[in-house]
Design a protein around this ligand. Structure first.
Ligand SMILES: Cc1cc2nc3c(=O)[nH]c(=O)nc-3n(C[C@H](O)[C@H](O)[C@H](O)COP(=O)(O)OP(=O)(O)OC[C@H]3O[C@@H](n4cnc5c(N)ncnc54)[C@H](O)[C@@H]3O)c2cc1C
Length: 256
């Protein structure tokens, strides 16, 4: 390994793959992307939220589930997460130094609705795609929506230091990864949401029998992300902002 490569590696931010882009997954992605970790979200877009209307999400009087998801998606995009909508994870495993996932693109509806070339630029290396995916990816994203053939070409393999499982009540990938399950059939995690496999987290509906609410899923994702950030920084971490930060983040758009 050359000196140059070593220097690059030492400066590299940790990377996180989030599997599932419902409330749990997007919450995890929001916190990790906002705090500088290279974050990629793979989502098959079958979140239960598309069937829901929320009257019980604290701070929001009433909102349609799909509308809630649209705002959440925009929020994680704005903080730099690479959200790969319509790309399903078909396999997950331990790579020795982290995790590797295999993906499959289900249809030609690739990128998130409303994704612009502007948003897509500069995100192509965020998940350390293995092989020679990077240059092709870069070109694809700047051209926006792609054909079915191009989509099929995009099936891939990705590596990351951490993985956050957020596939709703579907626990198949957790089982494949070999994490411990509780006697009631849920994935066994503590309040940090880390599974028995170091660096692998489980969140949302898969960690609870029935007691499923969007607010709880969002909390799980945040807890997982904060634990990852604490691991990376070597001390307990929280993400607190104050009013002055709003000006920095939104500039002239900030509400008075
Ligand atoms: C009819 C109905 C009404 C509801 N009403 C309310 C309500 O009023 N208030 C409330 O708080 N909650 C409500 N809920 C519950 C709420 O929708 C769930 O608690 C919440 O969506 C769970 O979030 P999650 O992120 O764990 O899972 P999900 O929202 O299910 O998201 C999981 C995501 O992971 C994706 N995924 C799965 N496997 C893969 C894979 N291999 N690769 C890539 N992506 C994958 C799925 O496509 C999906 O997009 C309702 C649910 C239903 C069904």
């Amino acid at each position: 390994m050359s000196d140059e490569t070593s220097a690059d590696e030492s400066e590299r931010n940790a990377s996180v793959i989030v599997i599932g882009g419902g409330p749990a997954g997007l919450s995890a992605a929001l916190f990790t992307a906002k705090n500088g970790l290279e974050t990629t979200v793979f989502d098959a877009d079958e979140t239960w939220m598309h069937k829901a209307h929320l009257f019980n999400y604290l701070g929001i009087g009433s909102v349609g589930g799909s509308e809630f998801m649209a705002t959440a998606r925009q929020q994680v995009d704005d903080f730099g997460a690479d959200r790969r909508q319509g790309e399903e994870v078909t396999a997950v495993g331990d790579s020795g130094e982290g995790f590797v996932v295999e993906t499959s693109v289900a249809s030609e509806t690739q990128r998130a609705d409303g994704d612009s070339a502007e948003q897509s630029r500069g995100k192509s290396e965020s998940s350390r795609p293995s092989g020679d995916d990077v240059s092709r990816d870069s070109a694809d994203r700047s051209s926006g929506r792609r054909s079915r053939e191009e989509a099929a070409d995009d099936d891939g393999e990705y590596e990351a230091d951490y993985v956050v499982l957020a596939t709703g009540a579907n626990r198949d990938l957790a089982e494949e990864l070999g994490v411990d399950f509780a006697e009631n059939g849920t994935v066994d995690v503590g309040v940090e949401m880390e599974t028995s496999v170091e660096g692998a987290y489980a969140t949302g509906a898969m960690v609870r029998p029935e007691e499923w609410q969007a607010a709880i899923a969002v909390g799980d994702g945040a807890a997982a992300a904060l634990n990852i950030l604490s691991s990376e920084r070597g001390e307990h971490y929280h993400d607190f902002d104050v009013p002055a930060d709003a000006e920095r983040v939104f500039g002239e758009l900030v509400a008075e």
